[in-house]
Design a protein around this ligand. Structure first.
Ligand code: ADP
Length: 329
């Protein structure tokens, strides 16, 4: 995750909930992608470290456990950059130019300068991030599948050049990772566009109960419903998408939907109950987050220790790679 701002409910349903579940089954590596933040925000680095600490507090809030998984900072494991450089040697520029997110982001982020080698190369840096841990799977949404495909193609090419088939093989090649596709629901924001920090339509995991109540009150609902006695539409209505996602009281949700469709409930009641449900869901996250932030130096220690652990593995891979490339002096 890139440390470019606070984490919000979209990150929770789209990534963190799933990451927390995977911990039981896999040896997981989760990292603060600070170099990736630079690919689009190179002129804007003042808050990176503060954001990183704040984001990791939210990871812990969401149930990620640094005892069970490895949390690290990308720039504290500089081997990522060395592997990235070596992968660049075998990667044709058009492979990067045809990654769909490349053109999309250029269009969507027209106000940012994305003409750099750093931005063009970021899917290849991602490839290095993954491959350096001999990762078998990467939990991603649909939009990241082309990046994994690029990773696999680059790995095949790299292995062809540097890890020829036995008997000449000096050691085993890089591992081709698979996408562990997670059905990521796109959570809408308060204004019904995608929830995103760039739209200022988020409910943040760090928001107070009061802030949540206030934000929910301003939420977009069915625009044709100017009075409470007009029948409303539930489907695609963000207030009900949130009720479905965050309110565990199914009976209450079903009853509110029926009354909304019939025009026998006001927005105030629907939203008040939604804010209560979100606050009840967020309360244990807030407690874990605050407890982590309250321990002086704790989150920094977690990141330094995790980075040291990650680095041992990264160095082993790099050793193998340096041997294969015959860069052994
Ligand atoms: P970046 O850090 O590259 O800017 P984002 O902050 O947009 O990316 O997203 C980080 C992760 O959170 C991704 O896995 C993304 O799919 C997920 N995510 C972000 N916003 C939402 C949302 N509104 N709904 C679902 N998932 C989201």
């Amino acid at each position: 995750m890139r440390p470019t701002g606070r984490l919000h409910l979209g990150h929770l349903v789209g990534a963190l909930d799933n990451w927390a579940r995977l911990q039981a089954e896999y040896d997981c590596f989760y990292f603060v992608a600070d170099w990736h933040a630079l690919t689009s925000h190179y002129a804007d680095t003042g808050d990176l470290v503060a954001n990183a600490i704040d984001n990791v507090a939210d990871w812990i809030g969401a149930g990620l456990d640094p005892e069970q998984s490895t949390f690290f900072v990308q720039s504290l494991v500089p081997e990522h950059a060395e592997l990235y450089l070596l992968l660049q040697m075998v990667t044709p520029i058009p492979w990067l130019e045809r990654v769909p997110t490349y053109k999309e982001q250029m269009e969507q982020l027209a106000e940012r300068d994305l003409s750099s080698i750093g931005f063009l190369g970021y899917p290849l840096l991602q490839a290095a991030d993954v491959v350096i841990y001999d990762a078998n799977v990467v939990p991603v949404g649909e939009d990241q599948v082309p990046h994994l495909e690029l990773t696999r193609e680059v790995v095949r090419r790299f292995n062809n050049v540097y890890f020829p088939v036995p008997p000449d093989a000096p050691s085993r090649g890089l591992v081709e990772p698979l996408a562990l596709l997670t059905p990521t629901p796109r959570l809408p924001g308060l204004d019904n566009r995608k929830m995103s920090k760039s739209y200022q339509n988020t409910i943040d995991l760090a928001d107070s109960a009061d802030a949540v109540r206030q934000k929910v009150r301003q939420m977009y609902t069915d625009p044709k419903r100017v009075r409470a006695d007009i029948p409303g539409t539930v489907e695609g209505n963000p207030v009900f998408i949130y009720h479905d996602a965050f309110n565990p009281n199914r009976a209450e949700v079903d009853e509110l939907k029926a009354r909304y469709r019939a025009g026998t409930v006001g927005d105030v009641e629907v939203k008040t109950k939604l804010a209560m449900a979100i606050n009840a869901m967020l309360e244990p996250l807030r407690e874990r987050r605050e407890a982590a932030l309250a321990r002086p130096g704790y989150l920094r220690d977690v990141l330094f220790e995790g980075s040291a652990r990650a680095r041992v593995q990264a160095q082993q891979t790099l050793d193998r790679v340096r041997d294969a490339v015959r860069l052994r002096y």
